[in-house]
Design a protein around this ligand. Structure first.
Ligand code: GTP
Length: 170
């Protein structure tokens, strides 16, 4: 079945938080322990079915390293959805979420749908951001928050299908 609608989605977040791993898991069911840092950006597609409609997500997975920082607007421009990712074992990556959400709300399309992924939930014992703090922040800025693990697959289908639903319904 050919997709009835296509949407541009971007992943943002600090380096090494798992942006590539989440998109790779969602699009191809794969996970690599030794995933390399992205240079510029990667492109993948994911099809989802929503209320009998086939929807294609064009996933632009951006590079999180600071030296690629200036490229990000090229990728979020025109995006209908954004997944802002942090690593639950790294406090500074959560602080970075706050600045991405601010930047998106000022610079991206006004109707962009944002969701937050607290990734690497398979490493719960090393958690540095309490779930309550993350949920409270997400509630305050009015976006959905998902616990994910690209390694185990936890929350991966959920976050992509929920974002697909949101962009479809906008
Ligand atoms: P940049 O390209 O540098 O921005 O990184 P990224 O955010 O795309 O992270 P990437 O997917 O390359 O993952 C970085 C490292 O974290 C890799 O070694 C992955 O295997 C690992 N990783 C990613 N997601 C998870 C996860 O959910 N759990 C665990 N345990 N490791 C993960």
């Amino acid at each position: 079945m050919e997709p009835s609608q296509e949407f541009k989605i971007v992943t943002l977040g600090e380096g090494r938080v798992g942006k590539t791993s989440l998109t790779l898991k969602a699009a191809r069911g794969q996970f690599h322990e030794d995933e390399r840092s992205t240079v510029n950006a990667n492109f993948l597609q994911k099809d989802i079915t929503f209320q009998g409609n086939q929807i294609r997500l064009h996933l632009w997975d951006t590079a999180g390293q600071e030296r690629f920082r200036a490229l990000a607007p090229n990728y979020y421009r025109g995006a209908k959805g954004a997944i802002v990712v942090y690593d639950i074992t790294d406090k500074s990556s959560f602080d970075r979420v706050v600045s991405w959400v601010k930047e998106l709300s000022m610079q991206a399309d006004k109707d962009i749908c944002i969701v937050i992924a607290g990734n690497k939930c398979d490493r719960e014992k090393e958690r540095q951001i309490s779930k309550a703090e993350a949920m409270e922040y997400a509630r305050k800025v009015g976006v959905l928050h998902f616990d994910t693990s690209a390694k185990t697959g936890m929350g991966v289908e959920e976050i992509f299908s929920e974002l697909g639903r949101l962009v479809y319904e906008v």
